[in-house]
Design a binder for this molecule. Structure first.
Ligand code: TYD
Length: 139
């Protein structure tokens, strides 16, 4: 499976660091929604879903966490521990987020507004969806 990790430009100077992200520039889609997770309880795994259309960039802006990606055929685990790195998560990709450090803040940039209809929350449904849409637009 191809993992796309963006290394964002850091505008650092003697005052500190700054990262700027713009639609279709550092981020390959129009950002319609931003959300973030923090104070994640030790040992918790979040996610356990895929999206039919949504694309996302995950940035651990503080602390660290791990992301397990699964395209229905292959699984990969990615460590996010740098505020200038973004993991691209395509549509039709099962994701689980875990091993959050106590200070972790996981920021998500999303290509669509929140839409429960875009979620696939059952793993068997995910595999069926891939099978049904084979030859379609999955990445
Ligand atoms: P949830 O989908 O369980 O998060 P994850 O799967 O990433 O661990 O979302 C937790 C709650 O937050 C749930 O009640 C839905 C709500 N929510 C929104 O209202 N807007 C959003 O953009 C997101 C991602 C979640």
């Amino acid at each position: 499976m191809q993992i796309t990790k963006y290394i964002f430009p850091v505008h650092g100077d003697d005052r500190g660091q700054l990262v700027a992200l713009e639609n279709f520039h550092e981020v390959p889609f129009e950002i319609k929604r931003v959300y973030y997770m923090y104070d994640t309880v030790a040992g918790v795994t979040r996610g356990y879903h895929a999206h039919k259309s949504l694309e996302q960039i995950l940035i651990c802006v503080h602390g660290s966490c791990k992301i397990r990606l699964d395209n229905g055929q292959e699984k990969e685990t990615v460590l996010l521990d740098k505020p200038y790195e973004g993991l691209y998560v395509s549509n039709v990709m099962w994701r689980e987020m875990y091993d959050f450090s106590p200070d972790a803040v996981l920021l998500v940039l999303a290509s669509e507004l929140y839409d429960e209809k875009d979620y696939i929350r059952n793993y068997d449904d995910f595999l069926h969806y891939i099978h049904e849409t084979e030859g379609g637009n999955r990445q």
